[in-house]
Design a protein around this ligand. Structure first.
Ligand code: SER
Length: 953
């Protein structure tokens, strides 16, 4: 295996920003039509815009004087810099207001650099020059109604370019726009008169303060801020580079995602042990956080810190003998969290907070109480301590909770709230979202300002993505179908920030490699209502700058748009989930395609995150019964993705002879197109194999199974090709490599992952084909079947039951699995026969009352739990990893024995095995409802997976 092998490469050089062909929604305005100052219209629950909050009054007032000194120092530096660089060049005066904020100074600096790039000379000053070309900043608060905080107007005549805006951000974006025009035209824009405002108020990106694997001794999402874990976090030059990319793309928010950041960023006198980083690291963190806030502020970017709930710092949890992640509030966790949040708001008053009320925290009642009695009061405490006059904006994610029940309760105690919901779950699947998920967005948008979160891109990883048409339509869907007014964009390889997954030395930075990804989302979040011809011309100009010629650019644009359809269509039609427990590019097993329900397939994937259509089983059934098909079908999708993927390869080949710049990166793009084609072909044959297996269920015709075998062979050939294409070019297929990933194959239970590269999973697919061939031979000739040995019972591990509300029993036909029901086992799988189970009150469990089951073991064991296969509320449900990432920490999310017995009056049940180490434990199962305990076995025992086929009738 060579998945870490690297290729030494030239870095990706981005096209010089920009060649703005029809780039903005410029509209002519008449200078005479300036409106008189009006009071802004009152709107129900309209939150204070973060840019208003965090860069407006208090922050700026506090820093105005030193900033002005900095402004002048900067201006002088710029003057020298520009003058030295281009002393003989025509000179342009850039005039900033005397009370210019750092943001306006920064804007002036960018103009100076643009002038220099255009071969001109610029000086920044505060007195308007009386002669010669000049650029003037003009702040007009009376234009706020028309231009908002971020809109601007550019007017030029007689060699004077005036940038007018109601607020600093507008002046900044005016300068960014003007700088583009200056670079493009290589002079001051002449006779223009345009105004522009953004379509979406919040346009942001996120950065993972998280890693590809779980840290030893830690749980999911627990990553303290330290230089060892996040060296890049302390690299100011790197940050400046990325922040400049953001401002160039007119992004105005940056979210840092972490489980529990407070233990790295604040000290509480009541909980000194809560800080989980050394003193020197803590000081560095504070310094970096303040620096980052200031640098963001300068660029009109609102910094937001995200956190999960309920998390406790490890040292605090250890001191109190409690877990670091809690499913329900406790007095300790509430007091500590409220104080942490208050201190955070006090220490970093201009940093926003984003709250994820799940995944550890479970249950609507708990989540409402936690939000309204701990988190939001914490923010209010901090607001008071910091002397803030307005509520700081707080963003609440709707992930892993019931937002319709919870958000109104939050609004009742706090008004300046934003809601945020995933766009297509944790993938990019469609620009025609609908169903329940769409309704949630609409419900949230009705409550207040709502943000769409383009979350982890599980189906796009690890390849490049530049399909601007798909992205444009997705932004339109976000605004028009969901009512969103904000975008929160993930990078393409979230957990591996800041590096891309390519096997290159040095690593590629994601913002360099994925410049088209960031730019397209940002561009359309600013304005999705573009003229399509002008828009195409814009992208051709951008790609011309990137690849060197227009011929190459035109073909490349077509290639990226074609390639961008493949992964979305495949996952929405055949996938198990849009969640990050599936990695699309690693393929799927035959069983996952034939029996997706066994893998906890989530219906939302095709009912909300896809246009109407049919899944494989429905399609095959309708074919068999000759019913008409509806919408997108497996056949139509396979046809479409093959066409799109081959077109991408053909267009890229046509571009190749014309590429004169960025050859190495173009080669990598081409390899990605080839990978996407091989992936589409792998899915073509695998889904055809699955369709034949499903058809065999009706036809009982061996020809179907033979055809399935042929397609299995061909799908493996295509997977081999995909492996060859990625062996030396990628470090991994997906950046999340923990045991959380299950589809197609599980990652490691803990720590560093496995099965994250095609090279690693190829042998598993080879085995799958070999097993299929054996099964097929046995089907044709049952006499060849070798597995005649009887299934043996699993060995029992001794345990001591401590709880008095439960009792042990022998698992066998005739035994009763509950203490308060007469139901008996009518049959039981051989594996379970004779094991010692634990029984308790079905009545208590089914009514969601806590049934504490405490036990002690002296060796590592697995506890066997029976989950009934029925979705009614009385039965405990297998936890869904898409909403509870920690659910598989003890293993057990996947069944080891399906249909393992028959119990009177009860549905069929599957057995799941949860690991416990020696010691005293309370059985921890996520969720509520009734279940059965079927025994305790040593961890060393091999539990052969099987379908016992009992109780299914
Ligand atoms: N599923 C997790 C979340 O939504 C991690 O992406 O927060």
């Amino acid at each position: 295996m060579n998945c870490k092998s690297t290729e030494t490469v030239a870095q990706v050089s981005k096209p010089a920003l920009p060649s703005a062909v029809g780039c903005y929604r410029g509209r002519a305005v008449s200078p005479a039509s300036e409106p008189a100052e009006r009071e802004p219209r009152e709107q129900a629950r309209k939150p204070v815009h973060p840019s208003q909050y965090c860069y407006g009054r208090q922050a700026i007032q506090q820093t105005r004087r030193p900033v002005l000194r900095n402004a002048l120092a900067s201006a002088i530096a710029l003057l020298l810099f520009v003058a030295l660089g281009a002393s003989a060049a025509p000179h342009v005066n850039i005039t900033i207001p005397t009370n210019a904020s750092p943001r306006v100074v920064f804007a002036a600096e960018r103009l100076g650099l643009a002038l220099q790039a255009a071969g001109l000379q610029g000086t920044v000053g505060q007195a308007p020059s009386t002669n010669g070309p000049s650029i003037r900043f003009r702040q007009r608060t009376d234009l706020r109604q028309d231009l908002g905080h971020e809109g601007f107007r550019l007017e030029s005549s007689n060699n004077i370019l005036t940038i007018t805006a109601a607020a600093d951000s507008g002046l900044l974006y005016g300068a960014v726009d003007a700088a583009r025009r200056i670079r493009e035209e290589r002079r001051l824009p002449q006779s223009i008169n345009v105004a522009d405002t953004p379509a979406m108020a919040l346009r942001g990106v996120c950065v993972a303060m998280q890693k590809t694997s779980i840290l030893p001794g830690r749980r999911v999402y627990e990553y303290p801020y330290t230089p060892e874990l996040f060296p890049w976090f302390y690299d100011k030059q790197l940050w400046s580079e990325y922040l400049d990319v953001l401002v160039e793309n007119r992004m105005n928010s940056l979210y840092l995602w972490n489980g529990h950041p407070f233990a790295s960023l604040v000290r509480l006198k009541e909980y000194p042990e809560a800080v989980e980083v050394p003193d020197d690291v803590f000081e560095k963190n504070v310094e970096m956080f303040r620096w980052l806030t200031t640098e963001c502020d300068k660029r009109g970017i609102w910094l937001v810190q995200m956190f999960y709930n309920i998390f406790l710092p490890k040292p605090l949890a250890e001191k109190h003998g409690v877990p670091t992640q809690l499913s329900a509030p406790t007095p300790l966790s509430s007091d500590y969290t409220r104080k942490s949040i208050a201190e955070f708001v006090k220490q970093y008053p201009n940093v926003g907070l984003m709250v994820c009320l799940g995944e550890a925290l479970q249950g609507t009642t708990n989540q409402i109480s936690w939000a309204t009695s701990t988190i939001l009061p914490g923010v209010l405490d901090g607001m008071k301590a910091a002397g803030l006059r307005e509520q700081p904006p707080v963003v609440i994610r709707t992930h892993a909770m019931n937002p319709e029940a919870i958000m109104p309760a939050c609004f009742a105690v706090y008004t300046n709230l934003f809601t945020e919901t995933k766009y297509n779950g944790e993938s990019l699947t469609t620009y025609e979202p609908r169903g329940k998920a769409a309704q949630t967005h609409l419900n949230m948008a009705a409550l207040g300002s709502h943000i769409v979160n383009v979350h982890i891109l599980s189906n796009l990883e690890p390849f490049r993505y530049g399909a601007q048409e798909f992205i444009r339509k997705s932004i339109l869907a976000s605004r028009d179908r969901f009512g969103a007014s904000g975008l929160h964009l993930y990078p393409l390889a979230y957990w591996n920030w800041p590096n891309s997954p390519d096997a290159t030395t040095p690593p590629l930075k994601q913002w360099d490699r994925d410049w088209m990804w960031f730019e397209a989302w940002a561009r359309y979040a600013w304005n999705p209502d573009v003229n399509l011809n002008q828009d195409r011309a814009y992208w051709i100009s951008r790609l011309t700058a990137f690849l060197g010629t227009r011929q190459a650019a035109e073909k490349m644009l077509d290639a990226v748009n074609e390639a961008g359809e493949v992964a979305p269509q495949l996952v929405r039609r055949f996938g198990i989930t849009e969640g990050n427990r599936q990695t699309l590019s690693l393929g799927m097993t035959l069983d996952q395609l034939v029996n997706p329900k066994r893998y906890n397939a989530i219906t939302e994937l095709w009912e909300s995150q896809a246009p109407p259509g049919e899944r494989l089983d429905e399609f095959v059934r309708k074919e068999w019964s000759k019913e008409a098909h509806i919408g997108e079908t497996p056949v139509s999708v396979i046809e479409a993705v093959l066409k799109h993927a081959s077109n991408a390869v053909v267009f890229a080949a046509a571009a190749a002879p014309h590429v004169t710049e960025n050859q190495a990166e173009f080669k990598r793009w081409r390899n990605d197109f080839a990978c996407i084609l091989a992936m589409a072909q792998n899915y073509e044959h695998k889904t055809k194999a699955a369709a034949h297996v499903l058809r065999y269920g009706f036809s009982k015709d061996m020809a179907d199974m033979n055809a399935a075998g042929e397609h299995m062979t061909r799908s493996l050939e295509r997977f081999r090709e995909l492996t060859a294409l990625t062996r030396n070019t990628y470090q991994f297929a997906n950046s999340m490599q923990t045991g959380h990933r299950k589809i197609p194959f599980g990652g490691a239970a803990n720590g560093a992952g496995t099965n994250y590269h095609w090279v690693q999973v190829l042998p598993l697919y080879e085995k799958e084909l070999a097993d299929f061939r054996v099964a097929l031979a046995e089907l044709k000739d049952p006499a060849r079947a070798t597995s005649t040995t009887a299934v043996q019972p699993w060995p029992a591990a001794p345990f001591r039951l401590i709880s008095t509300n439960a009792e042990t029993y022998e698992v066998k036909a005739g035994a009763r699995p509950f203490v308060d029901r007469r139901y008996t086992f009518m049959s039981v799988a051989s594996e379970l026969n004779g094991l010692t189970g634990i029984r308790f009150s079905h009545e208590e469990a089914k009514n969601h009352r806590h049934v504490p089951i405490e036990f002690e073991v002296t060796q590592p064991v697995r506890v066997l739990i029976g989950y009934f296969q029925n979705e009614r509320d009385l039965w405990l449900q297998v936890p869904n990893l898409d909403f509870a990432s920690h659910a598989d920490e003890r293993g057990g999310v996947e069944p080891v024995l399906r249909n393992a017995g028959e119990i009177e009056e009860c549905p069929a049940f599957n057995v799941h095995a949860f690991r416990y180490e020696p010691g005293r434990h309370q059985l921890e199962l996520i969720g509520k409802g009734s279940f059965i305990v079927l025994g305790v076995v040593p961890q060393s025992a091999t539990l052969e997976k099987r379908d016992a086929k009992l109780g299914t009738k």
